[in-house]
Structure formats: structure tokens, C-alpha cells
Design a protein around this ligand. Structure first.
Ligand code: MG
Length: 264
């Protein structure tokens, strides 16, 4: 894949910016960005080499690492399993600082009754769609349809869209490549999450965000507004990405080169 910002090897272009002197704030989506996709979310483990390079970078005084995921916070913390890292779970509704302090958006509790109610409706709907299943993330819901017959995906998407109308005041629907997600209707997305985490880093840090899917677009746009580096990973990466990398492995190799180039 080539860079969208004028040809050439995107790895070399990104590297040139990341090895320049000055602090870095490196933010990543998890699934499909750091961890390769798996048939089910619980199988999407972080490769050992990726954890090693993130640990090395997070240990540097001039580098902050942050993970921004739509997964539940405790789950993303368990999967990444690194201390000294910033985490945003549920797309920023939950945040864990490097001190371990956790901040939860009150919308999680406020919207819980509507989410539980809509989950019951969805479970009945999904009985007719073999291979699709519902994940209850407490502060959000996800309908996974990776294993559904692709010919039936539009029908599923229409059904879920129709049924959410009754909950429109409290909940909103978000459409991603292999999931439909149902979120509290509050001003929160990965761009807002990125800004919140950036507030916890060195003020002059050069930010980077890497993501692979539709819900990463707000963070990619935000990082560009801030003069940072917007990296898309894989073929579903949003147009908001300035550079495109082929896979989580390409991203990991880039980070290994950054760690080596900035080694003391
Ligand atoms: Mg992803």
C-alpha cells in the first residue's frame, strides 16, 4: 500500500516524523490495529512482539502510549496488559490513567436501563440470523455479524436500525465493518477520547493515532487537526487517514524501528 499523502513508502514517511527530536504521544486502536482480527473478540490477542515494543516505548520518558478501544475498559487493560499506559475503554466513556485511577462517564449508568431493554429486543431479533450474536458491554451493545451469511447482512442492519427508533432519545447506532454498535447518545467518540488522553501527556508531544475502522475516523481527523500523524491500518481504514499501513504487523515493525532509532 502507498501513502495517501503523495506516494512513497508510508513507513519511511512516518518514521521520519517520529525519529525527530521531541516527545511523542502514540495512540492506538486495538482490534485490527495492534492485534490481528480473530473470529471472536476474546481470541484477538496482542502478539508478544507488539507488547514488547509498546513496553519499551512506554518506558521512555519522552514517549506516552495510549490505547483507545470500543471494548470495555477492564477487557482492554487485560488484553494489552501493560502498566504505565493510558487506556480509553468504551470509546472514552471509561478512562484509566497511568496512575491506575479510573474515570467513568455517568452516561454508562444513566443509559443502562435503555441498553438492557434494547438488548432483550435484539436477542429475539438475532435468533433469525445464524452466526450473528450480541455482546453486552454494559455501557454499550455490539451486534457481531462477521460469521453471518454476507447476503443477509443488509437485512440484519435494517432490522437493528428499525428497532432502535424506540430508543432514539437515549441511544444511537454506529455502523462498523463487522459490527453494529449501540451507544449512549452523548458527545463521545475516539476523537474526544484522544483529546482527553492527550491532556495527560507532555503538552508539546507530537501525537499519532493508528486505527483500522469507521469508528477510528474521529480520532484520525482530530490528530490531523493537531498537526499529528493519522495512520490507517488495513483495507477498511477510513479516508481520514493520512498514511496507510497494510496490517498490524506492518505497524509493529514501524514501532520497532522507532524504538531502535530513539534508543539512548
Ligand atoms: Mg479496530
Amino acid at each position: 500500500m502507498s501513502s495517501r499523502s503523495g506516494g512513497g513508502d508510508p513507513t519511511e514517511s512516518i518514521l521520519a516524523r517520529l525519529v525527530a527530536p521531541g516527545p511523542l504521544a502514540l495512540f492506538f486502536d486495538y482490534d485490527g490495529t495492534l492485534a490481528p482480527f480473530a473470529p471472536r473478540p476474546e481470541l484477538a490477542v496482542l502478539p508478544v512482539e507488539t507488547r514488547d515494543v509498546l513496553r519499551a516505548l512506554a518506558g521512555r520518558p519522552d514517549c506516552t502510549i495510549g490505547i483507545i478501544s470500543s471494548r470495555v475498559l477492564r477487557e482492554i487493560v487485560a488484553f494489552v496488559d501493560l502498566e504505565g499506559v493510558l487506556y480509553a475503554g468504551l470509546t472514552g466513556l471509561e478512562i484509566r490513567l497511568t496512575s491506575g485511577e479510573i474515570r467513568r462517564n455517568p452516561a454508562i449508568t444513566a443509559c443502562r436501563p435503555a441498553l438492557q431493554d434494547y438488548a432483550r429486543v435484539l436477542r429475539r431479533e438475532l435468533e433469525r440470523f445464524e452466526g450473528a450474536w450480541l455482546e453486552d458491554k454494559e455501557g454499550a451493545l455490539a451486534v457481531h455479524h462477521r460469521a453471518l451469511d454476507p447476503a443477509r447482512v443488509p437485512e440484519l442492519r435494517n432490522r437493528v436500525g428499525d428497532r432502535i427508533r424506540a430508543y432514539e432519545e437515549t441511544l444511537r447506532l454506529e455502523s462498523n465493518a463487522f459490527t453494529l454498535e449501540i451507544w449512549p447518545r452523548v458527545q463521545m467518540n475516539k476523537g474526544e477520547a484522544l483529546s482527553a488522553l492527550l491532556g495527560e501527556t507532555i503538552a508539546s508531544a507530537l501525537p499519532l493515532f493508528a486505527g483500522d475502522d469507521t469508528n477510528d475516523a474521529p480520532a484520525l481527523r482530530r490528530v490531523r487537526q493537531l498537526g499529528g500523524i493519522a495512520v490507517g491500518v488495513g483495507k477498511n481504514a477510513p479516508d481520514a487517514a493520512e498514511y496507510l499501513l497494510e496490517s498490524p504487523q506492518t505497524l509493529r515493525e514501524l514501532l520497532e524501528r522507532v524504538a531502535r532509532a530513539r534508543a539512548p
